[in-house]
Design a protein around this ligand. Structure first.
Ligand code: NI
Length: 177
């Protein structure tokens, strides 16, 4: 389909509450998902939420393949998650560095729940119900925040832990995600 422009922080559309999907398996939904995949892959992202391309619907995609450049990076299955419901399974949180295609060139230290159950549907309406932790849990929380108009800088506890990727991590070729 096509690679879309990703909205950047400051655009009011990133601050909206997105609407649930009721019509699964539709041509429009498949076209949206193809645009999201094309856009995420073109930008080497780890995840993308529909509001980031200006579509105010509760749809996210994410996934991390085995990558030779990051052999220690956790693999996250390629997932389409619609109308997600997240439930933290403990109060425990941990801080980790995040980036976002809507906040290019930046990184911030963000607290997230370490153990998470997420439920939702795939593009055909089939139920998804997973219990995850670590990086997988972080990615899901980051992407689903976009559906509620929340960008990761809003969750940073200490703004001294927010900066330009190439200054924070010199010599590392970090991608935006
Ligand atoms: Ni993001």
């Amino acid at each position: 389909m096509s690679i879309k422009d990703v909205l950047r922080m400051g655009d009011a559309r990133l601050l909206q509450q997105a609407e649930p999907i009721s019509d699964f398996g539709s041509a429009a939904l498949h076209a949206l998902l193809q645009d999201m995949r094309d856009t995420m892959h073109a930008l080497s992202g780890v995840g993308l939420a529909a509001p980031q391309i200006g579509v105010p619907l509760r749809v996210v995609i994410f996934g991390v393949e085995k990558n030779e450049r990051y052999p220690d990076a956790e693999v996250v299955p390629q997932t389409v998650l619609i109308n997600p419901v997240l439930t933290a399974l403990s109060d425990e949180m941990e801080e980790g560095w995040e980036g976002c295609l809507s906040v290019p060139g930046m990184r911030g230290l963000v607290p997230r729940y370490t153990k998470l159950r997420y439920q939702g549907r795939d593009e055909n309406g089939a139920l998804i119900d997973r219990t995850v932790g670590g990086f997988h849990a972080r990615v899901v929380q980051h992407e689903c925040d976009h559906l509620d108009g929340i960008l990761y800088p809003m969750r940073i506890r200490d703004m001294r832990d927010f900066g330009f990727s190439d200054v924070l991590f010199p010599g590392q070729d970090l991608q935006d995600d």
